[in-house]
Ligand binder design. Structure first.
Ligand SMILES: Nc1nc2c([nH]c(=O)n2[C@@H]2O[C@H](COP(=O)(O)OP(=O)(O)OP(=O)(O)O)[C@@H](O)[C@H]2O)c(=O)[nH]1
Length: 128
């Protein structure tokens, strides 16, 4: 089975975490996710995360430690979602692939309709 490697950021500001909702027309539209995107072949994961956050959100972060990896399998494809802790430097509120964003308390994360591979990352933040 093919595996898609995706990187995402667990981005904090004032104790809250950034999530955004995939816009209509996108795969997984209406689902919330930690932002990021596909890692291109031969691309470093952190470079990829910086690039995606800049392209999709005009967001700059300081990428900190590796956090965790979540694997999720569909019928014909698997997603390997690799997460890094990040600290926000700045963002512009511009959205391209998303139609909404929120800063949420970690304990409220599971109240949002998260994409399937993002759910274990949210649970790990809550130690459940
Ligand atoms: N974060 C996340 N991504 C997922 C999950 N399941 C899943 O298929 N994906 C896919 O992983 C990819 C994430 O990369 P991306 O954000 O660069 O995707 P995209 O749709 O903008 O890229 P594309 O326009 O090249 O398809 C998407 O194709 C997304 O649909 C999931 O549970 N969480």
């Amino acid at each position: 089975m093919d595996t898609i490697k995706v990187v995402c950021g667990i981005i904090y500001q004032d104790g809250k975490v950034f999530i955004c909702r995939r816009r209509p027309g996108k795969h997984l539209e209406g689902y919330w996710e930690f932002p990021g995107g596909k890692v291109e072949s031969n691309e470093d994961e952190k470079d990829s995360l910086s690039r995606e956050l800049h392209e999709e959100l005009e967001m700059e972060v300081e990428i900190k430690d590796y956090y965790a990896t979540s694997n999720y399998s569909y019928e014909s494809i698997s997603i390997k979602l690799i997460a890094y802790h990040c600290e926000l430097i700045q963002y512009s509120s511009k959205l391209t692939d998303h139609d909404k964003f929120e800063w949420v308390s970690p304990e409220d994360l599971l109240d949002w309709k998260l994409a399937p591979a993002d759910i274990p990352l949210a649970k790990k933040l809550l130690n459940i």
